[in-house]
Write a protein that binds this ligand. Structure first.
Ligand SMILES: C[S@@+](CC[C@H](N)C(=O)[O-])C[C@H]1O[C@@H](n2cnc3c(N)ncnc32)[C@H](O)[C@@H]1O
Length: 579
């Protein structure tokens, strides 16, 4: 849309004027912009043109005049409706009005993923580094800390001030510090949390959400590219990983990475050892010489563990890694020096494989990074009652390689959501594997996903990732000529379900790492169980001195992962492929 004309300021004395509150900050990520309210903690996602509209209120102005200028800007929505929403969420206010004075009847709620330590004088210091921000420390005075400890999700600020017998400005000072986007430790709610106990689906998402994205000032910062322009993320791996360890410790992690050390949840084995044992038990590894191909080897931990485990089981091993990222390839070579591991650079979908005749192929948590397509109903005439065959076929013709593969393998898309994604790259990987695997050889292919769930896009990382529709992948693999079994990864590696593990997010993990470093404790990206974490802090941090430390059932949450969401397709090339 075009830039708005300058609007005349009628002066602050005009009671019809509105202005954007100074307590909002804007952020952007993959083409979307977000508004964070630094007092209430509201997070409002919007398109850049709506932010433009709000910014027309940078200086006091009459809303009817702004609305006139934006009269036809928002298709079905009127600009007046947006004024209403912005008023409701405290983004537009009367000029010269300090919103902090409106808060006394609001109920403060602790935010999610806080990291703090108690000070000797009774104060509290919060450690914050949301997203890629550097560490910020914010300290509450002992009186402000009283406000923090008084928060129970039911009491209003007025009640807290009365209960704690602190000055009103102490309460408001604490709210300003804790609600600010750099801290995000406090949200304000109109209703107590008891209301949502039996109605969790009614709980406004901002109460538990956080804002990890980069700040964005329209006109100053470039709007980050929208998600579509990241597909395929293959370009990301080829070029953008700068620091190998940082990639797995901060950017993204995998189950294999969290379990790279012998782990109680795996009965004292590493992920690679547990997987080797499982594959041997399933008859997927031949006796004698074994030629392995690992696609996308991360930091090389799995290669090392698997080679050593296979050798311990009497196998002679040749192990190739096919890797796109030069930085990760270097880490793999270094970690596996002295072992029969060779690392070959290339893109598994477009470059020649290092060799053929593999007995075992491993693609662990990498197919979600492969090429995918986004399609919609309109193209195929879906969602309009009975499918019109001619329209459907024309849609396939217009969909390039995706259309050709849907047709070739008979992938059913009639029940697809609108729009929908297809994991085309993962299908093409299976097509390529049949040529490089020995008859009777198996491939272990894992990723976040499910048998019948359409691929879901996650955009919280610095590159988009898709979950896998294993039903489609299994169908394609079978059509290609493989036998295919579907399993939960945690069942294959015999992960214990009765343990609890430390839960974290990327930002929380970073902040906790900074805090613990001050105590001389090095926090690693491993799946800490309760006893492992207690042992880590032993003698260095007193119980209760730091927070919030939370644990969850290991299958539901471990660090930032949800282990039960990881599935495996184990495919086998028959000894004799039917012509
Ligand atoms: C999420 S990491 C998983 C690493 C490891 N397998 C694990 O489970 O920890 C994805 C890996 O696949 C690699 N990769 C991504 N796209 C690739 C491609 N097209 N060809 C080869 N490797 C690729 C990445 O560089 C990285 O090593």
């Amino acid at each position: 849309m075009s830039a708005p004309e300058p609007i005349i300021d009628h002066g602050h004395g005009d009671s019809r004027l509105l202005v954007r509150t100074p307590y909002t900050t804007t952020f952007a990520h993959m083409g979307e912009v977000y508004l964070y309210h630094d007092l209430y903690g509201y997070i409002i996602k919007m398109s850049p043109d709506i932010l433009d509209f709000l910014n027309a209120f940078k200086t006091p102005v009459r809303p009817d005049e702004v609305c006139k200028q934006y009269a036809n800007a928002f298709e079905e929505q009127t600009p007046e409706a947006f004024v209403g929403v912005f008023l409701q969420f405290g983004c537009l206010i009367k000029p010269d009005h300090d919103q902090v004075n409106d808060l006394w009847d609001m109920i403060p709620v602790h935010g999610s993923w806080n990291v703090w330590k108690r000070e000797k004088d009774g104060g509290l210091t919060f450690y914050c580094c949301w997203g890629d921000n550097p560490l910020t420390k914010v300290t509450l005075t002992p009186d402000e800390a009283k406000v923090w400890w008084s928060i129970d999700g039911e009491k209003t600020l007025k009640t807290i001030q009365f209960d704690e017998q602190v000055a009103p400005e102490v309460v408001l000072g604490a709210v300003k510090k804790l609600g600010h986007h750099e801290v995000q430790a406090l949200k304000l709610s109109a209703l107590g949390m008891r209301f949502y106990k039996k109605r969790p689906q009614m709980k406004p998402p901002y109460l538990t959400s956080t804002m990890p994205y980069a700040k964005y000032e329209p006109g100053v910062d470039a709007l980050p590219a929208p998600v579509e322009s990241y597909f395929s993320p293959e370009g990301y791996y080829r070029g953008e990983i700068a620091d190998a360890d940082q990639q797995f410790d901060h950017e993204e992690t995998t189950l294999a990475h969290l379990f790279r050390i012998p782990h109680p949840a795996l009965h004292g084995k590493t992920y690679g050892q547990a997987l080797t044992d499982a594959l041997i038990a399933k008859g997927r590894v031949p006796e004698g010489h074994v030629k392995v191909l690992e696609i996308g080897g991360g930091l090389g931990f799995m290669a090392k563990a698997m080679v050593e485990a296979l050798q311990a089981k009497g196998r002679e091993v040749t192990y190739h890694i096919f890797e796109l990222s030069p930085v990760l390839a270097a880490a793999q070579r270094e970690r596996n020096a002295g072992l029969p591991v060779t690392v070959h650079m290339g893109d598994v979908l477009n470059d020649a494989f290092p060799d053929t005749g593999y007995d075992l192929v491993l693609a662990n948590e990498m197919i979600g990074d492969l090429f995918a397509v986004k399609l919609d109903h309109a193209r195929f005439g879906l969602g309009e009652g009975e499918i019109d065959d001619a329209k459907f076929e024309a849609g396939l013709d217009a969909s390039g390689v995706a259309g050709a593969l849907i047709r070739k393998y008979g992938v059913p898309i009639g029940d697809a959501p609108d729009p929908f994604y297809l994991n085309i790259g993962a299908w093409q990987l299976c097509e390529r594997l049949i040529d490089v695997m020995k008859p009777g050889a198996s491939a272990w292919i894992t990723e976040f996903g499910d048998m019948g769930k359409w691929p879901l896009l996650s955009t919280h990382l610095d590159h988009p990732e898709l979950s896998i529709h294993f039903g489609h992948l299994g169908l394609v693999a079978k059509q290609i000529g493989f036998d295919a079994d579907f399993e939960f990864v945690m069942d294959t590696i015999e992960m214990r379900r009765d343990l609890e593990g430390l839960k974290s997010t990327r930002s929380y993990f970073k902040a906790l790492g900074f805090l613990l470093a001050e105590y001389g404790v090095k926090l690693e990206k491993i799946g800490y169980t309760r006893p492992m974490f207690t042992e880590l802090l032993e003698g260095k941090v007193q119980p209760g001195e730091i927070g919030d430390i939370g644990f969850d059932r290991i299958e539901d949450r471990l660090m930032g992962l949800v282990p039960h969401e990881f599935k495996a397709l184990i495919i086998r090339k028959p000894v004799k492929v039917d012509a």
